[in-house]
Design a protein around this ligand. Structure first.
Ligand code: FAD
Ligand code: NAP
Length: 317
């Protein structure tokens, strides 16, 4: 039977945003739980090298994640495992239901980030784990000395494509326009990398292969409508992100695309529910901006709970 546990603050998601919120809230002496459906670290675990986080020339994503986790648990915040499936409001209390347990809390910080959008083409689902991947760091080593394609023209596609050049024989980037969206410094590296080539105005029609392995990709040139095949055993898809807000629809705190709307204090329209990091409507989705959001909300929950306590003459700490 599901157990019910109580905390001042439950943070949903233990990526950089959630871990920073945990550091601030627990340092303010609140009882804090970070809940995650996987290992702490979030997208940092899928990032080879991070070279735009202040204080480090370059650091591996999983290493930065370990360092943040150590900071986040230093003042007593706990980390727990579970997929949050729904949130209910019961007066000033909030109830969180996971696939395993139930939590009652005064405040919630949603830090569930985002996940990769799928292409939706023929063969994509069938060949997932058999040549189709959304994570070069996780799966790149399976394609040593083989030909792979990367789909997309943003930071993820180009940066992860560059990572793949260390392993694969060739990396062909398929992009639907003739200009990349990726940051200029990443583009410059890509254009000067001999193993990387580009097919512009190119869209994937289908991913093909034998029963258990990708062998080629059929593509169409969206200018000439010419269809052709590219031989490849790996297809790395990086065509953008969507918010992880499934299960929170009843709260009505998102925009039409599912991103959570907050004010500058990371407060949503529901008192006591904050949102931080990639999951919220924002301009720049980065580790630096995620930790910035996390610190604001980690302090904000203290103010919120203090005000609640003042109303009821309770002591906060
Ligand atoms: P996330 O890191 O996405 O963490 C969200 C967490 O919430 C996850 O651990 C997830 O398991 C958990 N979660 C989701 N839903 C639930 C649920 N229902 N219940 C429980 N847990 C849940 N940024 C940089 O600054 N530098 C880089 O070099 C860089 N490289 C990148 C490379 C790639 C391939 C990608 C995809 C992104 C990169 N970014 C980079 C962006 C950066 O990783 C994100 O901006 C950052 O991780 C966002 O942090 P977050 O905490 O908001 O979300
Ligand atoms: P993104 O910036 O949204 O780029 C998605 C790319 O996929 C775009 O080039 C887009 O084309 C293309 N695309 C979208 N839908 C498509 C479809 N159906 N078919 C084919 N192509 C499609 O996503 P991202 O690259 O994953 O980056 C997400 C966020 O993480 C960004 O904020 C990014 O800055 C951040 N990030 C940062 C770093 C870093 O700082 N080093 C690294 C990785 C990611 P168009 O260009 O034509 O729209």
């Amino acid at each position: 039977m599901a157990e019910t546990k109580q905390y001042d603050v439950v943070i949903i998601g233990a990526g950089p945003a959630g871990m920073t919120a945990a550091t601030y809230a627990s340092r303010a002496n609140l009882s804090v739980l970070m809940l995650d459906r996987g290992i702490y670290g979030g997208q940092m675990n899928n990032t080879a090298e991070v070279e735009n986080y202040p204080g480090f020339d370059s650091i591996l994503g999983p290493d930065l994640s370990e360092k943040m986790y150590a900071s986040s648990t230093r003042f007593g915040a706990e980390y727990g495992f579970g997929t949050v499936e729904s949130i209910e409001i019961d007066g000033q209390n909030k109830i969180i239901n996971t696939d395993m347990d139930r939590y009652i809390t005064k405040a919630i910080i949603i830090a569930t980030g985002s996940e990769h959008i799928h292409l939706g083409t023929d063969g994509e689902e069938h060949y997932q784990g058999r040549g189709v991947s959304y994570c070069a760091v996780c799966d790149g080593a399976f394609f040593r000395n083989e030909d792979v394609v990367v789909v997309g023209g943003g930071d993820s596609a180009i940066e992860e494509g560059l990572y793949l050049t260390n392993l694969a024989k060739s990396v062909t980037v398929l992009h639907r326009r003739d200009k990349l969206r990726a940051q200029q410094i990443i583009q410059n590296r890509a254009f000067s990398n001999e193993k990387m080539s580009f097919r512009w105005h190119t869209e994937v029609v289908s991913i093909n292969g034998d029963d258990d392995k990708v062998t080629s990709v059929s593509v169409i040139n969206n200018q000439t409508q010419e269809v052709s095949q590219i031989n490849a055993s790996g297809v790395f898809v990086y065509v953008g992100l969507k918010a992880n807000t499934q299960g929170f629809e009843n709260l009505n705190i998102t925009d039409d695309d599912g991103w959570i709307i907050t004010d500058d204090h990371m407060r949503t329209a529901i008192p006591g529910i904050f949102a931080v990091g990639d999951v919220r409507v924002k301009e720049l989705r980065q580790i630096t901006t995620a930790v910035g959001d996390g610190s604001i909300a980690g302090q904000g929950v203290y103010d919120y709970i203090s005000a609640l306590a003042a109303e009821t003459n309770e002591q906060v700490i």
